[in-house]
Design a protein around this ligand. Structure first.
Ligand SMILES: C[S@@+](CC[C@H](N)C(=O)[O-])C[C@H]1O[C@@H](n2cnc3c(N)ncnc32)[C@H](O)[C@@H]1O
Length: 270
């Protein structure tokens, strides 16, 4: 094992240990925790959404122990969460959007779902460190992350009509035609997204790949349960502004002066 690999191994093991302690802490009294360093959590850029990742998922949303993810919202009498997740960031990557949405929606629980293991661990450590650093105000208790494949088990995590917003920020483009079926927006998947979204809920999409943008727009346009929101609506919506600026991919695109294509859709009644 090279020096670099053993350093990364040591770092990951130490973080794993502190993660196990902090994860269950409601309002932790102990020491300050520093923000995790991204370079220790690198892994392959892509994860095949069709492989069997031995993912853990609940039988149904009520079988989830949500208290583990949002300990600050556990009702001490019932031991259960006093509210449900309402906002989901699908393929949240390194968690920039979650972190920026947290103070904007302090009363709502926001969940990132991410398929890559190390990336999920980075986001978990980032959130635990932020909670520690802001323990006086209880900030960042309302965001959490879960490792999961959004293309497979969404209705196992969320009840019908539970969500008010779903974000798809810079999803993997899967350029080749034979890989298009791996895209996170397809007709079948949109029906699942419509199931977990409430009427009036919004699907947010943003990408720097025009072909993928057209793909998402055409699938959403064709779906009977979604209606596109206007440019004026986008311009006044705080989340559109946030998703343009907050995510790690969005920042990379901005540094390279790339375009960002946005499309937002409202979940309409049947
Ligand atoms: C290009 S990155 C964008 C990350 C983030 N949204 C951003 O804008 O910085 C796409 C992310 O989606 C994740 N992903 C891809 N397919 C997924 C799936 N089926 N379920 C959950 N996450 C997925 C990838 O692991 C990757 O982190």
């Amino acid at each position: 094992m090279s020096d670099r690999q053993s350093k990364r191994k040591q770092y990951r093991e130490a973080k794993e240990e502190s993660r196990q302690v902090l994860k269950h802490a409601r309002f932790e009294e102990s020491q300050e925790v520093s923000l995790p360093k991204k370079r220790f959590y690198r892994q392959r850029a892509h994860s095949n959404p069709f492989s069997d990742h031995k993912l853990e998922y609940p039988r149904n949303p009520d079988a989830m122990d949500w208290g583990r993810y949002y300990p600050g919202y556990v009702d001490p009498e019932t031991g259960k969460l006093d509210r449900r997740v309402e906002i989901a960031d699908i393929g949240c990557g390194f968690g920039g959007l979650l972190v920026d949405l947290a103070p904007q929606f302090p009363e709502q629980l926001i969940l990132g779902m991410e398929i890559r293991v190390q990336v999920t661990k980075y986001v978990e450590d980032r959130i635990l460190a932020l909670r520690q650093q802001h323990k006086d105000t209880n900030a960042y208790q309302n965001i959490s992350v879960i490792r999961g494949n959004a293309m497979k088990f969404l209705p196992n995590f969320f009840h019908k009509a539970q969500l008010s917003k779903m974000f798809f920020c810079f999803p993997d483009p899967h350029f080749k035609q034979r890989k298009h079926k791996a895209r996170i927006v397809t007709a079948t998947l949109l029906s699942e997204y419509a199931y977990v979204l409430r009427e009036g809920g919004v699907v947010y999409t943003i990408t720097d790949v025009e072909d993928l943008h057209q793909w998402m727009v055409s699938h959403l346009d064709e779906h009977p349960l979604f209606e596109r929101l206007s440019k004026e609506w986008e311009d006044q919506d705080v989340c559109v502004a946030t998703m343009r600026e907050s995510t790690e991919e969005g920042k990379k695109v901005a540094r390279n002066n790339g375009d960002k294509f946005v499309a937002c859709y409202r979940r309409i009644a049947v």
